[in-house]
Design a protein around this ligand. Structure first.
Ligand code: RET
Length: 308
């Protein structure tokens, strides 16, 4: 009886594959293992950095506003543009510090092996898309600052801004793009080409116009444009190391962009506004539009310039 039952069990279980030890040249088959997830999320130092930059951008905005009160409305164009830049940055840093404007990119990486089936590695990495919203507003304003300073034509400033918007938007598509297809690096290449257009407009056209405004203005434009060029060029490099190839973690990415943002917005703005105060050639009044509007014929003049 017991023997019969035993034989019955043996018959049934003989079809179930029982794990046995593998010959030494064949590795265990990894594809049956659950895919491991490499979660790349922000840590404490990244979160602190976001809050610190939020506060720094607020302080910069207040400082630039205070500087603008020292000059009449007609001379506040750079102040207004530059304050907008740090206000937008403060908003985007507040969003990211509180967990907004972030999505998680899921990437499956196929690892090929010689004798066994391919294995897969899942990576979940945070993408801070709030940055791209920030950049799509602030980089055109930075270009406007530089274009006005150099005395560039409206047409050239407009083209540089359009190229810049293409750069930021295609950069966002790259960050959210799929890997293993031409999508991600294709968008990145398009963004880099758009960036070259921005540099080309500002360097060639901006440089030529600045020269026409005299040696003092040219000297300042060349310095601040070179400073901008170096900082801006660091952004696609950080992108390549962070979202691109994930060689640096999320905290490293947040800190790198934080340093660049403070230099490219805060320090840039302070330098521009302080120098502008002592450089008459940099004045832009847009034929009175900034203080008085387009057509003031017959209108009651209400403005602090008139003491009203
Ligand atoms: C991306 C990725 C795609 C390729 C390129 C990029 C360039 C970004 C730049 C950003 C500048 C931001 C600034 C922000 C605020 O101050 C979008 C990273 C070329 C140049 C100056």
């Amino acid at each position: 009886m017991i023997v019969d039952a035993f034989e019955e069990v043996l018959k049934k279980t003989s079809l179930i594959p029982v794990p046995t030890s593998h010959p030494s040249h064949v590795a265990p088959i990894p594809s049956v293992l659950p895919t491991p997830i490499d979660a790349q999320f922000i840590g404490d130092s990244g979160k602190k950095t976001l809050w610190v930059v939020f506060v720094l951008m607020l302080i910069a905005s207040a400082g630039f506003t205070a500087l603008s009160w020292r000059v009449p409305l007609s001379k506040r164009l750079y102040h207004t543009i530059t304050t907008m830049i740090t206000i937008f940055a403060a908003l985007s840093y507040f969003a990211m510090a509180t967990g907004h404007g972030i999505s998680v990119q899921k990437i499956t990486i196929r690892e090929q092996h010689d004798h066994v089936p391919d294995t897969f590695q899942e990576v979940h990495r945070q993408v801070f898309w709030a940055r791209y919203v920030d950049w799509s507003l602030t980089t055109p304003l930075l270009i406007l600052d530089l274009g006005l300073l150099a005395g560039m034509s409206g047409g050239h400033i407009f083209m540089a801004i359009v190229a810049d918007l293409i750069m930021v938007l295609t950069g966002l598509f790259a960050a959210l793009g799929e890997e293993g297809t031409p999508q991600k690096w294709g968008w990145y290449t398009i963004a880099c080409i758009a960036y070259l257009f921005v540099v080309w407009h500002l360097a060639l056209n901006g440089g030529a116009n600045a020269t026409a405004k005299g040696p003092k203005l040219r000297g300042f434009f060349v310095s601040i444009a070179a400073y901008t060029l170096i900082l801006w060029t660091a952004y696609p490099i950080v992108w390549g190391l962070a979202d691109g190839s994930r060689k640096i973690g999320v905290d490293g990415e947040v800190i790198a962009y934080a340093v660049l943002d403070v230099l490219a917005k805060g320090v840039f703005g302070a330098w521009l506004l302080i120098t502008h105060a002592n450089l008459r050639e940099s004045d832009v009044e847009l034929n009175g539009f900034w203080a008085n509007g387009l057509n003031r014929d017959g209108a009651v003049r209400l403005g602090e310039d008139d003491g009203a």
